[in-house]
Design a protein around this ligand. Structure first.
Ligand code: SF4
Length: 266
C-alpha cells in the first residue's frame, strides 16, 4: 500500500518487549525505567494477526526488535510462526547479541533470515561501562554462533556520537572487516528533541523513502519513530489501526515525546 506521499509501505518493525538485559547509557536512564504492565504487552497471537493483516496491505519485510527480543520467553516459537506466514520475503531481528550464542541455531532452524547485532565498542572495559555491566565476549560468541548457524547477512549496528571516524567506531569497523560482517553507523538520536540523521550504511532516517511502520510491545501501530501519532490495535482493531497509520504517516519525522527507545526498538 502507498501512503499519502506515494511511498510504498512494506516494512513492519515489531517490538516484542520493553525489557532488556543491558542498560545502555544512551537508551536507559540511570534510575531505571517504568516497564509496561504484563497485561498490556501484546501476545504472540496478536503479533501474528498484525503481521498477517499487514501482508494483505503490502507488508513483505518484518524485523523483530525490543528492548531485547531474546529475553522474551518463547521467542523462537514466534520466529517459527512469522517464518510460516505467506508474503514475508525478508525477515530479520535486531539484538544486543548477549544471548545469541544460545539461540542462533534455533533461530536459523525456525526460519530467521538475517540479524543485526548492536556493538558500539570492542573494548571490554568501555563496553561494560557503556552497557552498565555487559560482557562483550558474549557478543563475539553470539556473532560466531550466528555465522555457524548460517544466518546471513549479519550486520553490526554501531552507535556513534558524531562520526564513524570516532576511535571506537574505527575499531568496530576493523572487527567487522576481519570477520566479514557489514557495519552500519547510527548517530545518537533524541526522540524528544527530534534529533536524528541518516544511518551510515543503512536506510534508516531517510524520510523521503521511508517504507516503515512500527508495532510497539503494548500494541500501538506507529507510522513514524519521530512522531506521537499511534493507533491501538486493541481499541481500533488491527486492520483499522494499520490503515490509519498508513494514511496519516507524516512526510517526515519531528519529535516523539511519548516513547523511549527501549520500548519502541529504534
Ligand atoms: S523519522 Fe519517521 S518518516 Fe523519517 S525515516 Fe524515521 S520513521 Fe520514517
Amino acid at each position: 500500500m502507498f501512503d499519502s506521499f506515494n511511498r510504498p509501505i512494506n516494512y513492519l518493525r515489531v517490538s516484542i518487549t520493553d525489557r532488556c538485559n543491558l542498560r545502555c547509557v544512551y537508551c536507559m536512564p540511570e534510575e531505571g525505567i517504568r516497564l509496561i504492565n504484563h497485561s498490556d504487552i501484546i501476545s504472540y497471537e496478536e503479533i501474528i494477526e498484525v503481521i498477517r493483516e499487514g501482508t494483505r496491505l503490502g507488508i513483505t519485510k518484518v524485523r523483530i526488535t525490543g528492548g531485547e527480543p531474546l529475553v522474551r520467553k518463547g521467542v523462537v516459537g514466534l520466529v517459527s510462526m512469522i517464518a510460516g506466514l505467506e508474503g514475508i520475503t525478508d525477515f530479520g531481528m535486531t539484538t544486543n547479541g548477549i544471548l545469541l550464542g544460545q539461540f542462533a541455531q534455533d533461530l536459523a532452524k525456525e526460519g530467521l533470515h538475517r540479524i543485526n547485532i548492536s556493538l558500539d565498542t570492542v573494548n571490554p572495559e568501555k563496553y561494560k561501562r557503556l552497557t552498565r555491566g555487559g560482557d562483550v565476549e558474549k557478543v563475539f560468541e553470539g556473532v560466531d554462533a550466528a555465522k555457524k548457524a548460517g544466518i546471513s547477512p549479519i550486520k553490526i549496528n554501531c552507535v556513534v556520537k558524531n562520526s564513524s571516524l570516532e576511535p571506537d567506531a574505527v575499531e568496530v569497523r576493523d572487527y567487522c572487516r576481519r570477520n566479514d560482517l557489514e557495519v552500519r553507523f547510527i548517530h545518537e538520536m533524541d526522540l524528544e528533541t527530534g534529533c536524528f540523521t541518516l544511518v551510515e550504511g543503512g536506510d534508516g532516517g531517510n524520510c523521503k523513502n521511508c517504507n516503515r511502520l512500527r508495532l510497539t510491545a503494548d500494541g500501538k501501530i506507529k507510522p513514524c519513530l519521530f512522531n506521537n501519532i499511534e493507533y491501538s490495535i486493541r481499541e481500533l482493531g488491527i486492520k483499522e489501526a494499520l490503515l490509519r497509520a498508513i494514511n496519516t504517516k507524516p512526510e517526515k519525522g519531528t519529535v516523539n515525546s511519548f516513547d523511549r527507545f527501549h520500548s519502541i526498538g529504534g
